[in-house]
Design a protein around this ligand. Structure first.
Ligand code: ARG
Length: 559
């Protein structure tokens, strides 16, 4: 539609204009454009006159049931459903207008980056969901994406694990509870360490330290423990990621970068960006970037810090992947840290766009109606427990219908993931079992159900004969207008790294569909209408499936 108008403008005034169509209040038309206002300065002609001229030509095309010049020179348009369907056909055959904004560019997307010592908790749910969706959106718009799981696998845990295991656990308990036992031991040992410190003693702390030294010296027993605990932890992380249906190309954690930290810090010292304090600790002052706190990059005992491994990571990625953009999918709590880290990178001359893709917390409603960060009585909510519960809910939802385990898992994940995209990612989301499974509201299952229903109609009408006719598509108009928005929705969601825009679109589309079924009985349509309608529904099915795929959600076969 917009290219048709550009063509008319070119014929009339011999200028190239980009036409932006907006969606006005439906009372005024299907689309509107202010292109005449934009052109009038350039042409030196009154905007209303420009608009009138364009309007006359638009009338002649026969594509519009109404062309109206309003106000100082807006053009309001009502398009015939038939011509909209023509546009839909051409968008459809053009790969659904897929944008190639990212062609030739590389992005590194980092998610979900959990920490080794603990069982996977809901704390790393949003990083995974948002990261995966962003990866899919970028790929859909032509970017090359390298995904990396920046595991928190460096530092104290090992010594705490071994000491705690020997004192407070057993082979049998480890055998039985795996990572959950390691997590329990870790928490208990930390607590005892704290108590010991308060008493001014160091026995346990010394033992922790001695295991770390043993590991460093390659002591066989220490190496064996380390390998074993790491494997238990990593297998668990992989299991949970598989259940969440997310994966990454690389898995380079803090431990991989820690040994490179020294060199990175040296680089900072050499370029006079960092300062060595009297106690041998090293800091990077960032007052020229508006931070009154410097960034600590090396402790006085020489140990690497979070910022040190991150600096080494940045340098590694620059050297090996040459990205145009690096996206860190990490919660809002680390905003200050990342802004410091990025400032330090700038000082070092890194030109790559480093972007902290942050998001709010997952909250829950307490019995008294107040809201707080999701937790269980024991502390964190475990991801596996949440998934089990979601699957039980999905079973409940499908009742005694014959729904496969595979479909149940898709519904459970659909509910959990879609809720992540309920609003702009920066807002805290409220996790509420009833609403994330509501078949009549903004929920994953609501969208999935819309897709299942369309697919059923398509299946029932697989063999209908094509019947080209002069069908007017009036009944399908709202759906067609909506489908035509899809390419732009994806393009903007990818540009702004805002997957919730896709979710919002899918919700509107599902609502359009439900309104459509209220007035139109596909199976009772006349033959020629039916074929045309089924053709539109094929595109609906494609778009819902594609949109959900971008959010990491699959469409079940039945539900
Ligand atoms: N493991 C960290 C955490 O759970 C997140 C890592 C984020 N990525 C990074 N490059 N610092 O808090």
């Amino acid at each position: 539609m917009d290219s048709k108008i550009s063509q008319i403008i070119n014929n009339l005034f011999a200028v190239n204009a980009t036409v932006h169509l907006t969606r006005p209040n439906p009372a005024f038309g299907d689309y509107a454009t202010n292109v005449a206002l934009e052109l009038s300065g350039q042409l030196g002609v009154n905007p209303r006159v420009v608009a009138e001229k364009i309007a006359v030509e638009l009338q002649k095309t026969g594509d519009f049931s109404m062309v109206e010049v309003a106000g100082p020179g807006f053009i309001n348009l009502r398009v015939t459903a038939k011509s909209l369907e023509d546009s839909l056909q051409s968008v459809w055959s053009d790969n659904f207008g897929s944008s190639q904004d990212g062609a030739g560019k590389t992005a590194v997307v980092e998610y979900p980056s959990p920490n080794m010592a603990k069982p996977y908790s809901v704390g790393h749910l949003r990083p995974g969901n948002q990261g995966w969706a962003v990866k899919k959106l970028l790929e859909a718009t032509g970017w090359r994406v390298i995904s990396d799981n920046h595991l928190g696998d460096y530092g104290a845990p090992f010594g705490i694990w071994v000491t705690g295991f020997l004192r407070f656990s057993s082979e049998a308990a480890l055998e039985k509870d795996g990572v959950y036992e390691l997590g329990r031991v870790y928490i208990q040992t930390k607590k005892v360490l704290k108590e010991e410190k308060e008493r001014g003693e160091t026995e346990l702390a010394d033992e922790v330290q001695s295991w770390l030294i043993k590991l460093e010296n390659g002591d066989q027993q220490a190496v064996d423990y380390s390998a074993r605990f790491n494997k238990i932890s990593l297998d668990h992380i992989h299991n949970v990621m598989a259940r969440l249906k997310i994966s990454t190309d690389y898995e380079m954690g803090e431990a991989f970068f820690a040994p490179r930290g020294k060199e990175a810090v040296q680089k900072l010292l050499d370029s006079k960006i960092a300062i060595k304090n009297n106690d041998n600790s090293i800091i990077v002052p960032l007052d020229d970037y508006g931070f009154d706190v410097p960034l600590l990059v090396q402790k006085s005992n020489g140990a690497a810090l979070y910022a040190t491994t991150d600096l080494a990571t940045i340098l590694y990625r620059e050297d090996n992947w040459h990205p145009d953009k690096v996206i860190y999918c990490v919660g809002a709590e680390q905003q200050f840290y990342f802004s410091q880290l990025f400032a330090m990178a700038k000082k070092l001359g890194i030109k790559t766009e480093l972007y902290h893709l942050w998001f709010g917390t997952i909250d829950q409603k307490n019995d008294d109606g107040t809201r707080e960060k999701m937790s269980s009585r024991k502390g964190v909510v475990l991801m596996e427990a949440l998934l089990d519960q979601a699957e039980a809910r999905a079973r409940q939802l499908t009742g005694d219908r014959d729904v496969s385990d595979d479909d149940i898992k898709k519904i459970a994940l659909g509910a959990i993931k879609f809720s992540d995209f309920a609003a702009d990612r920066r807002t805290n989301i409220l996790f509420d079992w009833d609403s994330i499974f509501a078949l009549s509201g903004f929920s994953g299952p609501y969208i999935q159900y819309a897709a299942v229903r369309v697919n059923k109609i398509l299946q029932d009408n697989q063999n209908i004969e094509s019947s080209l006719s002069d069908y007017d598509y009036e009944a399908e108009k709202a759906i067609i207008v909506r489908l035509l928005e899809y390419p732009d929705v994806v393009k903007l969601a990818a540009r702004d790294l805002e997957p919730h825009k896709v979710a919002g679109f899918l919700y509107e589309l599902a609502r359009d569909l439900n309104r459509y079924y209220e007035t139109t009985r596909i199976n009772e349509s006349e033959a020629n209408q039916k074929w045309a309608r089924v053709e539109v529904l094929k595109k609906v099915s494609f778009v819902i499936e594609d949109g959900l795929r971008l959010l990491g959600i699959e469409v079940p076969t039945r539900m």
